[in-house]
Structure formats: C-alpha cells, structure tokens
Ligand binder design. Structure first.
Ligand code: GLU
Length: 484
C-alpha cells in the first residue's frame, strides 16, 4: 500500500475552532496509526481575511495539544511551500489546462449582471446557479475581452446530465445529479485560486491519499472529483467528519465563548482533558473506555468508530473530564496552575497557599471557578442566621451561641496556631464539654466563612485564616448571635 499522507489545512483566522482542532486531531491519529505523513498546509488565499500572527496561533495550538506535523511551512518538506499564497503561481496553468479541454471557461460577467439575473431567477421561485452565460462566447470574443484586459474569472464547466458519485469512508455512497452542480469559480479576478480549486490542486500535488475534513465540504466533493478526473489525477479517499455542535440545533459560537480552543484554556481547562474529550466528540473506541493518552488514542483510533450524526460537544462532560485530570495532577503542578487564581481571589490574605492548594485540588473542576470558592477568605459574607439551624448537626441558635463561646475559650489561649494544635484543642475541648463535634464545628465553620460548604472544614479554615482573623470573625459572629 502507498504511504498514507494526510493534511490539516486551516485558514489563518486568528483562532482555532474546536471543530478544526478535532479535524487536526483525527487526521493526526489516523496518520500515526498508519505510519503515514501528516502535513500542515495554511490556506490563505482569501487575502481579505488575513489576520496578523494567525499562523502562530495555529502552530502554538497544535504543538500545545501534542499534534505534530511531519511537513509544514515552518519545517519544510518535499512538496514545499506549504502556504497557499506562496503556491499561487501553480494554480493558473491547471485552470488553463481545464479551459483547453472544455472543463472550464472564462467568465466576464460583472457583479451587477450576476445579481440582476440571480434576482430574476429567485423571483420565479427557482434556486440560482450560474447560467453558463459565458460558456457560449466564441474563442475570438474571449480573446478580444482578454486582450482588452477585462476582469474575468475562470469557472468550472460542470456537465448538465448524469450523476457524480463517490464513496466517503464515513458517510458512504454520495451521489449528486450533475445538473444540480454549480459552475463554481476556480480562479478569482485577482488571479488567486478559490478554496474549491486550490484544495484539489494542492491535495494532488502534495500526494494526499486521505482527505479528512468537516462534512460541510461533502456536497462540494462531487465537483472536486470532476476536476480530478478532468486533470487525470487519482481521487483521494474521503473521510468527512460530523459537525461539532453545542446541541442538536446549535453550532458552537464565538459569541457564547464556546467555539475556540483559547476560550477554554482561558477559563482554566487543561489541554489534556480537552483533547481527551474532543477525541470522543464524534468518535468512539467501541468499548467503555473514556480516558486516553495521545498514544492510547493512536492505538485505538479507527475510521469505523467515527459517527455520522452531529457530534455534541457537552461542556458539562468536558468539565467532568477536566476535574478528573486535575485530580490526577502532581500537587506541585496543580499549585503552579492554581496560584494565579489564588492570588487573584485572596490578594495575599492567606499565608499557607500550599495547604490551601492541597484542600482545593480535589475540589477544582475548572480553574476559573477557584475565586468564587475561596473569596470568603478575603472577606466573609454576612452570615444568614438560618444557616446555624440544622437538625442533623443538632444545631440551633442557642446551641450555636454556646458552641461559639466554647470555641472561643478553647482557641484564645492556644499556643502555636497550627492545624494539629487547633485540632487537638477543639476535639478534646468538645469532648470535655460533653458536646458533639458537629454541634460545635458546624456553627464554627459558618462563623468563620459565612458559608455552609467550604474547601476544608472549620479547623482547616481557622488555620488558614490565622489566629487574629479567625478570632475576629468568631467574635463578630458571637456578637451577631447575641443580638438575635
Ligand atoms: N481551509 C479549509 C477550512 O479551514 C480547509 C478545508 C479542508 O480541509 O479541505 O475549513
């Protein structure tokens, strides 16, 4: 078998869409699995959409995700250049070859003329496609117009009878009646190829054996195949991928901040968790496994496992993966990533951040949720007295008053303010007073944090707050209860 060659062909828009990232991932997995070559090609023929620095976003994102190409703009390779604008002179000769054999033609229609005819067709309730107006120009007329330097494009001449079909490795047999195919533009007025033309020429000249891309290109593929045939090129295998959606009706959207890789990284999702989950959006390994390293994905990946139905990207499921990955981090690595979020929320109000980090790691689902979980350390919210009332903990306003008084007595003269000493003093003091742990520690946590649920319990919070602040909060809570 010839060596597998695939390509990821993003347009440099400045952002990596999750759908694009998943295409890159599947391409990479498929290629590694088959010991092939994975090529990165930058599709920048749409100069109006050019964004400064956008190619670096593509490089950085892919490398950061562990997706490495064998040939590409920055590392070169046997079929360089790998940036379409640098290949721009290679397309026109193929387009002219197509003109010479009748599979393409010059078109001089102006925007205004096209619009007028389109409106007339649509007014009749029909769907517009180019009406082959310029196909019927005589060779002399064409030459005249070309000599006069009139702006023109080159269009594909699609047949008006018969069918075009191909077999997609995911979607199966796809057939389209030729008379539904539009005579698409191959070369634009500025001499640049359209995506529709460039992808065919580049995939051929780069020796691509398997074209993997989003299913939005499925319906254009019959037209591409007509070009392959007209030029005498071998048609590659096609693997179209289901669209990545938020739910069955909605696409991921820039506005909702769920479309781009960078949106998720900024929020504090881990790349490994994102890649692991993304692999499962539209593909399944055929068994119950959910956690995969990149090597395990390569091993497990098959085209048969790709689904035809829209692939739902469920942020809650991603969050679940993320929490799992966070739990498995080395404590040191967790601390490094969490520290900026700690600093943002605490502004230096807690000294022992390492201890806080230990308490937070198993409770962190996404890093950007850290501040809301710990900002009570900086400032305690006002206490709602209802919180003290809890049957299970045998806690009432009266018992809470008594409990806080006991806690204050046990803590005010404490020697070193360590977690061990706090633990020892409270637990043995509660026992001596013949009270239940919950009856004291429940209200104590509320007094210190203003909350029912906190990372760590009363003892850990008292420790982290430090002697002065813990006693200050405790006393102010006692005052509030005293006035109730
Ligand atoms: N440049 C196209 C895109 O970004 C690539 C499509 C393809 O892979 O052929 O959607």
């Amino acid at each position: 078998m010839t060596q597998v060659r695939t390509r990821f062909a993003p347009s440099p828009t400045g952002f990596m869409h999750l759908g694009g990232l998943r295409t890159a991932l599947y391409c990479y997995l498929f290629t590694r699995k088959h010991d092939g070559k994975f090529i990165l090609r930058i599709e920048d023929t749409d100069q109006e959409r050019y964004v400064e620095g956008a190619t670096d976003v593509i490089y950085d994102t892919l490398r950061g995700c562990g997706i490495h190409w064998d040939e590409g703009p920055d590392i070169g390779g046997p079929v360089a250049p790998y940036i379409q604008s640098e290949r721009k002179d290679s397309y026109l000769p193929y387009a002219k070859q197509l003109v010479d054999c009748g599979h393409a033609y010059y078109c001089f229609c102006t925007k205004e003329e096209l619009q007028e005819r389109r409106e007339a067709v649509e007014a009749r309730g029909d769907t517009w496609k180019y009406d082959k107006h310029c196909l019927h120009l005589t060779p002399e007329k064409i030459q005249q117009k070309l000599d006069a330097g009139l702006p023109c494009v080159i269009r594909q001449n699609t047949p008006t009878t018969g069918d075009s079909s191909f077999d997609d490795l995911v979607y199966g047999h796809i057939a389209a009646p030729n008379d539904t195919l539009d005579d698409m533009v191959l070369i634009k007025q500025d001499g640049m190829p359209t995506y529709n033309f460039a992808n065919v020429i580049d995939d051929h000249t780069m020796g691509i054996t398997h074209v993997m891309r989003g299913m939005e290109y499925l319906s254009s593929t019959p037209k591409y195949n007509l070009l392959y045939k007209a030029l005498g090129f071998d048609i590659p295998q096609y693997i179209h991928l289901p669209t990545v959606m938020r739910d069955s009706k909605h696409k991921l959207s820039k506005r909702d901040g769920d479309a781009y890789y960078s949106d998720f990284i900024k929020k504090g999702y881990l790349t490994e968790a994102l890649i692991n989950y993304l692999a499962l959006v539209g593909w399944n390994p055929g068994d119950e496994r959910e956690f995969f390293t990149m090597d395990e994905l390569i091993e497990a990946f098959t085209v048969q496992g790709i689904s035809k139905s829209p692939a739902i990207f469920d942020t809650n499921k991603l969050t679940w993966f993320n929490a799992e990955y966070i739990r498995r981090m080395e404590p040191e690595a967790y601390f490094e990533m969490a520290k900026p979020w700690f600093d943002q929320a605490l502004g230096g109000s807690i000294k022992d951040l390492k201890r806080l980090s230990e308490l937070m790691q198993s409770r962190t689902e996404v890093f950007n949720r850290i501040p809301e979980m710990i900002d009570f350390f900086r400032e305690r919210p006002a206490i709602n007295l209802e919180l003290y009332i809890n049957k299970k903990q045998k806690s009432s306003l009266e018992s809470a008053s008594e409990a806080l008084a006991l806690a204050e007595k046990l803590l005010e003269g404490l020697g070193d303010w360590t977690e061990e000493n706090l633990h020892e003093a409270l637990i043995s003091g509660i026992k001596e007073a013949s009270m239940k742990n919950g009856t004291v520690l429940w209200p104590l946590r509320i007094a210190l944090s203003g909350l029912l649920s906190t990372p760590g319990g009363a003892i850990e919070i008292a420790y982290l707050l430090g002697r002065e602040e813990a006693l200050r909060r405790l006393r102010s809570a006692m005052d509030q209860l005293g006035q109730a």
